[in-house]
Design a protein around this ligand. Structure first.
Ligand code: IVH
Length: 531
């Protein structure tokens, strides 16, 4: 998996090129253990330590090993199974139709290959008419199966290992958008139907929940998915009721034919039925013809993913014609009539090399993370603010930790937290320095305040920031007078405050490194223009 390469580190425990690598059998066993460990954290504890992208990389590596050496496949290999066994917190709830996983594709090429294989399996030639697909956002929540008996809410279960889930009937009952009675004539339905869907937490509700957790001194949820899973999988359904969970329904199954019920032969019709029965169906869902249209849908939705109000991690592409489902069948863990197009990851792991402190123009001392550069969310991240002393303590990040870094869209990169399983013994908690890293004066934190300050008004760090702020785009907008140049001028004793800028002449600048006739003239011209 290419995403796991490049600078930075992945949490895969993969040996570096200079290590004497373990034999393939040993590595396969090690991968199975690692995957089981992380699957338990994800599915049972709702507290994963590594991003999905890192987890996927482990599974991909094991799958590649098994493909090259089939003798390494074990019956319980995570490449053959789904999710994790149901936890003992809830009663077991067997699924009448298994809840499967989806195979994934990550590129246009992958998608084309999936389409070509689908056509081939259906015996369709090149000249055959294009297939019709339903594209749905892949909601990043947790999957749920809700049973309606004679049109009434009867039971709900998590996916578990796909065959047996956890009985969360009372919890799901508290979700406002789950109807307790379907708005359809029950005599038109099979005795029992299972509605499959995704329980999720809207981003606004996630942020509110974490603010509440912080006020109460409780642990913060790393992302909306964990928060949704943690909120649903509560022994006391009253806690769930207070959590603003929501649901999108995306499939309906009954044991009439082990497939979709009452659908008139098309998945898109069954979604309409679900909607008219009163269940929330995602409004971004679209029926399209041909794989090029599928790909356009994927790219378009990806460009809007941060404006939806809930997290998605891709697109689920399903054949519309239900009569093809039985013909295509399924592998051990995924149907062949659907595929997940996954967006590039927005969370990665990397090394926290150091926690440093920067001094702002008001003297505020802000801790920030110096990271081994890592490509995430479309750019390379090497620095991230840690905001203040309490935030560092709350996240419990320590110098030397492997940390999860998140960069979503245009949002500023963030250190989510440490990968505790990878923490070296003896890493000390970080302590706020007592002295300003620039002037050596004392750093002071007032009681009841989150921020720490360098209180020396003469601190060159503060002075630099004040002058740079004065010259910046939002203020006097002096072109060519950025932080680096200001530092040079302060160091040379040419500028002590903003007024000094206006005393600068070309000969003053010519003696400084990096200045030539032209650049000195340009700067003086820019300063004059701002007078
Ligand atoms: S259909 C046979 N549709 O993605 C599997 N799944 O990796 C049928 N998911 O476990 C699943 N949004 O939790 C389907 N619109 C959607 C989905 C969706 C999210 C999740 C679901 C499933 C996982 C598969």
């Amino acid at each position: 998996m290419s995403e796991a390469e490049g600078p930075g580190e992945s949490a895969t425990g993969r040996p570096g090129p200079s290590d004497a690598g373990p034999s393939e059998a040993e590595r396969a066993a090690e991968l199975r253990d690692l995957i089981a460990y992380h699957a338990r954290l994800y599915h049972q504890d709702d507290a994963p330590e590594i991003p999905d992208a890192d987890y996927d990389a482990l599974v991909d590596e094991l799958a590649a090993l098994e493909a090259a050496h089939p003798e390494l496949v074990t019956p319980d290999s995570p490449t053959l199974t789904v999710g994790a066994p149901a936890s003992v917190l809830f009663s077991p709830a067997p699924h009448r139709v298994p809840m499967m996983s989806l195979d994934k594709v990550v590129s246009h090429e992958d998608l084309e290959a999936w389409g070509a294989r689908t056509k081939r399996l259906l015996g369709l030639g090149e000249e055959a008419e294009e297939l019709e697909f339903v594209c749905e956002p892949k909601i990043d929540g947790l999957s749920i199966s809700i049973t309606y008996a004679a049109g009434r809410y009867a039971r709900a279960a998590t996916r578990g290992d796909g065959r047996v889930g956890e009985d969360v009937t009372e919890n799901v009952r508290t979700i406002e958008s789950v109807p307790l009675v379907l708005a359809v004539d029950a005599s038109e339905l099979p005795d029992e139907i299972d509605v499959r869907g995704e329980v999720y937490l809207p981003i606004s509700a996630f942020e509110e929940l974490n603010a509440r957790q912080e006020d109460a001194g409780e642990r913060l949820f790393a992302n909306p998915r964990n928060a949704a899973a943690g909120s649903l999988r509560q022994r006391d359904a009253k806690v769930t009721a207070g959590r603003a969970l929501a649901i999108f329904a995306y499939q309906v199954v009954s044991d009439v034919d082990g497939g979709e019920a009452g659908a008139g032969g098309r998945h898109s019709h069954s979604l309409e039925l679900l909607r008219s029965a009163g269940l929330p169906v995602n409004g971004e869902t679209e029926r399209v013809k041909g794989l090029e249209a599928v790909y356009r849908y994927c790219k378009e939705l990806e460009s809007r993913r941060h404006g939806l109000g809930y997290e998605i991690d891709g697109v689920v592409v399903k054949l519309d014609d239900l009569s093809l489902y039985g013909r295509l069948g399924a592998t051990s863990h995924a149907p062949r009539w659907a595929v997940a197009y996954k967006f590039p990851p927005e969370e990665r792991t990397t090394r926290l090399e150091a926690i440093l402190v920067s001094i702002g123009r008001t003297g505020r001392a802000t801790p920030f993370a110096k990271l081994t550069p890592v490509k995430v969310g479309g750019s390379t991240v090497s620095l991230a603010s840690l905001h203040n002393e309490d935030q560092v303590a709350l996240k419990d990040v320590r110098e030397g930790d492997l940390v999860v870094v998140r960069k979503a869209g245009d949002v500023i990169p963030e250190v989510v937290g440490p990968v505790l399983a990878e923490r070296a013994p003896g890493l000390a908690p970080w302590r706020f320095p007592e002295r300003c890293p620039i002037c050596g004066g004392s750093l002071v934190r007032l009681e009841d305040e989150a921020d720490t300050y360098c209180v020396n008004l003469e601190c060159p760090g503060q002075r630099l920031q004040r002058i740079a702020h004065f010259a910046s785009r939002g203020a006097m907008d002096i072109e060519g007078l950025g932080e680096r140049r200001v530092w040079q001028l302060v160091e040379a004793g040419l500028v002590n405050d903003a007024a000094d800028i206006y005393r600068l002449a070309e000969p003053d600048l010519l003696g400084l490194e990096g200045f030539a006739d032209l650049s000195a003239r340009n700067l003086v011209t820019a300063i004059d223009a701002s007078r």
